[in-house]
Design a protein around this ligand. Structure first.
Ligand code: ADE
Ligand code: ZN
Length: 319
């Protein structure tokens, strides 16, 4: 039996399995440049974050209607539940859809259709986190937050993802200030491929409460000390790090050293359809390869609930 856990770093578009991609392509009359599911799977070999993002954005072409987004989220929630996930905070990338002519309302209402039934159907409580694409201009992020205003009751927080290097957190100061003023929680990807300075900047300039990945903090002992002291949760994604070559292989993943340092680590799946595993698959992989003890695995599961925005409604009322 998998341990009950919360999943805090999961891109819903990254749960698009080849079978569903082809089914949606057919439903929507979209031509995919791959002969079949096997041919598609063959291109799941990445050299870095950008090589993955190219395919990730390309396949989104099949997502067009509210029902598509509902089917995508429902398929993820069923898989997550089978892996012991009891609470999921789900990232979505509105700009990757609005730039193709799919309105943010279609995306949010579609996802909400699945999320609203999730507790009853799958026993998984949920939250939605709207992510800004950091390789797009800051003005586009501000426009996206503005466009999301009618749907804010559906959204727990904001995040920052896509190509990290060269797109530091400070570029998004204004939109994070606006999000905070609207009562939204704040997270950001930092230190996946980017330097440790981006992690400090995400905390200092964007006011994030959790850091997504945060892997490269290990290059800066003073930063590690700060993250430990301030109990900043890190949402690690070990299989993603291997597939995107952020680490040499799983045996070299710094998770054990991070736990030994006292960091508040969680284990998540990032883009499970592309990286070879959902939440429990990631935990099993680190257990088997890194020899994590049962106590360490329990700590990771406990941390996932500690780091979750389960108190969001009370927090919001208190502001
Ligand atoms: N978008 C989807 N997955 C991502 C990742 N691992 N890093 C940055 N942006 C992403
Ligand atoms: Zn991610």
């Amino acid at each position: 039996m998998p341990l009950p856990k919360a999943e805090l770093h999961l891109h819903i578009e990254g749960t698009l399995e080849p079978e569903l991609a082809f089914a949606l392509a057919e439903r929507n009359g979209v031509e995919l440049p791959y002969a079949d599911e096997d041919a598609l799977r063959e291109v799941y070999s990445f050299s870095d974050l950008q090589s993955f993002l190219d395919l990730y954005y390309e396949l989104m072409a099949v997502l067009r209607t509210e029902q598509d987004f509902a089917d995508l989220a429902d398929a993820y929630l069923a898989r997550a539940a089978a892996q012991g996930v009891r609470h999921a905070e789900i990232f979505f990338d509105p700009q990757a859809h609005t730039s193709r002519g799919v309105g943010i309302g279609t995306v949010v209402e579609g996802l909400a259709r699945a999320l609203d039934r999730s507790e009853e159907r799958h026993g998984v409580s949920t939250g939605l986190i709207l992510c800004f694409l950091r390789d797009e201009p800051a003005e586009s992020a501000l426009e996206t937050l503005e466009a999301a205003r009618p749907y804010l009751h559906r959204i727990v927080g904001v995040g920052l993802d896509s190509a990290e290097v060269g797109n530091p957190p400070a570029k998004f100061r204004a939109v994070y200030e606006a999000a905070a003023a609207l009562g939204l929680r704040r997270v950001a990807h930092a230190g996946e491929e980017g330097p440790p300075e981006y992690i400090a900047e995400a905390l200092d300039v964007l006011g994030v409460e959790r850091v997504d990945h945060g892997l490269r903090c290990m290059e800066d002992p003073a930063l590690v000390e700060r993250l430990v002291r301030e109990r900043v949760p890190l949402t690690l994604c070990p299989l993603s790090n291997v597939r995107l070559r952020a680490v040499e292989d799983l045996a070299h993943h710094p998770l054990p050293a991070m736990l030994d340092a006292g960091l508040l680590c969680t284990v998540n799946s990032d883009d499970p359809a592309y990286f070879g595993g959902y939440a429990e698959d990631n935990l099993r992989a680190v257990r088997d390869t890194l020899g994590l003890s049962r106590e360490r695995l329990r700590e990771l599961a406990r941390n996932s609930f500690l780091a979750a925005f389960l108190d969001h409604d009370e927090e919001r009322r208190a502001r």
